[in-house]
Write a protein that binds this ligand. Structure first.
Ligand SMILES: Cc1ncc(COP(=O)(O)O)c(C=O)c1O
Length: 365
């Protein structure tokens, strides 16, 4: 098989190591969308002191953890569910929603479709358009909704386009969905990277719309994908009970329980992350838009979608060139198949971003 045709996921460092012979420690992952600051020293030290929590089962109701989440998200503690990564909650919610078709706003994260198909549900994509910079035109979505649909899945900000649905748009979508009894699952995995998160997040809408469930996790913003801690917020009583009933007991480990409580209150690190990503997002967007042969789309998350518009060059060619320098970007061919002109990368530390920028410039020179 030709090397440049294989598409690697953000978490595929072991595969890359085997394929290219580059030790995974030498690879900077611009494709996993994880906060480059990693863990704070304060968190690391505090958690190390709590290692003995693993000698007991966690609290089955996760009261303290849910309390920490409700403080962090400004929501009712009774409306919080916790899970083994947001992945577990995506899966449970899909399996529990009433029979019917599901609509997914694409192009987006592929796990929704995989889970829908595993649950035996059909999945219809409504897609945002390149001509609209992948920004949602509400009517194109709302006019497709009807009684036969039981679930609408939105990722906000969206992976891989980094585009944003405003709260006003979200409220309108929820209103239309309420009429048709459609549950709306909003995946806010990347919401905390957005400028002014509090004014955009759909969390506050869970008080007025019981057909809404918002998903989040600590994998990206808190740089803890190995912890496997996700949460959901919903005012939907039957859904809250159904998830709790179906979920395996102790789905979140006592270490993740303790770690979550520390992470959500690490205010200094939260602010540091927001400042770094905000600055690098503005700087990188500006630098890339000045490169001939590229088109950028306005990013709101901690990553940017870019299109190569120079004849004869593809995203897999760029992937290949970058990985040989230890820089792993995401070739987006799988999101936009058969188009192979899109790539995505997340903002890392300024010196690493500069290395990637030089590589991209050389690629297009
Ligand atoms: C949009 C989106 N949702 C969910 C996940 C998975 O999150 P978790 O690690 O919390 O299961 C990812 C991971 O890449 C993602 O991009």
């Amino acid at each position: 098989m030709e090397k440049s045709k294989t598409v690697f996921h953000g978490s595929d460092l072991e595969k890359i190591e085997m394929y290219y012979g580059i030790p995974k420690e030498d690879i900077i992952s611009f494709s996993a969308n994880v906060n480059p600051l990693g863990l704070s020293d304060a968190f690391r030290n505090a958690l190390a002191g709590q290692l003995d929590v693993i000698t007991s089962y966690p609290d089955r109701d996760y009261k303290k953890l849910k309390n920490a989440i409700s403080d962090y998200c400004h929501c009712n503690q009774e409306h919080v569910l916790v899970g083994n990564g947001s992945t577990e909650l995506i899966s449970l919610i899909i399996r529990l929603c009433r029979p019917g078709r599901a609509v997914v706003l694409g192009p987006t994260y592929s796990e929704y479709e995989r889970e829908l198909l595993l649950a035996g549900k059909s999945c219809t994509y409504v897609t945002t358009r390149e001509a609209d910079q992948f920004v949602l035109k509400e009517e194109s979505l709302t006019t497709c909704l009807c009684e036969e649909i039981s679930l609408l899945i939105l990722c906000n900000p969206n992976n891989p386009t980094s585009s944003l649905i405003t709260r006003k748009q979200m409220a309108h979508i929820l209103e239309v969905c309420k009429r048709f009894d459609i549950l709306v699952m909003v995946d806010e995995t990347y919401m905390e990277f957005v400028p002014d998160t509090d004014s955009v997040t759909a969390v506050s809408l869970t008080d007025s719309y019981d057909n809404l469930v918002v998903l989040r996790g600590v994998s990206k913003f808190f740089a803890a994908p190995g912890l496997r801690l996700g949460y959901a917020i919903t005012g939907n009583g039957p859904l809250l009970s159904a998830v709790s009933d179906k979920q395996n007991p102790w789905a979140v480990s006592s270490l993740a329980d303790a770690a979550g409580q520390l992470l959500f209150s690490d205010k200094e690190h939260i602010q540091k992350t927001r400042d770094l990503i905000g600055a690098e997002r503005a700087r990188m967007e500006q630098a890339l838009s000045a490169v001939d042969g590229l088109k950028t789309y306005k990013p709101y998350a901690n990553f940017i979608l870019v299109r190569i518009i120079k004849e004869g060059l593809t995203s897999s060619d760029l992937f290949d060139m970058a990985i040989r320098r230890g820089l792993m970007i995401r070739d987006c061919s799988s999101f936009f198949a058969p188009d192979s002109s899109y790539f995505r990368f997340c903002f890392m530390l300024p010196k690493d971003n500069d290395r990637l920028l030089s590589c991209i410039r050389e690629f297009l020179a």
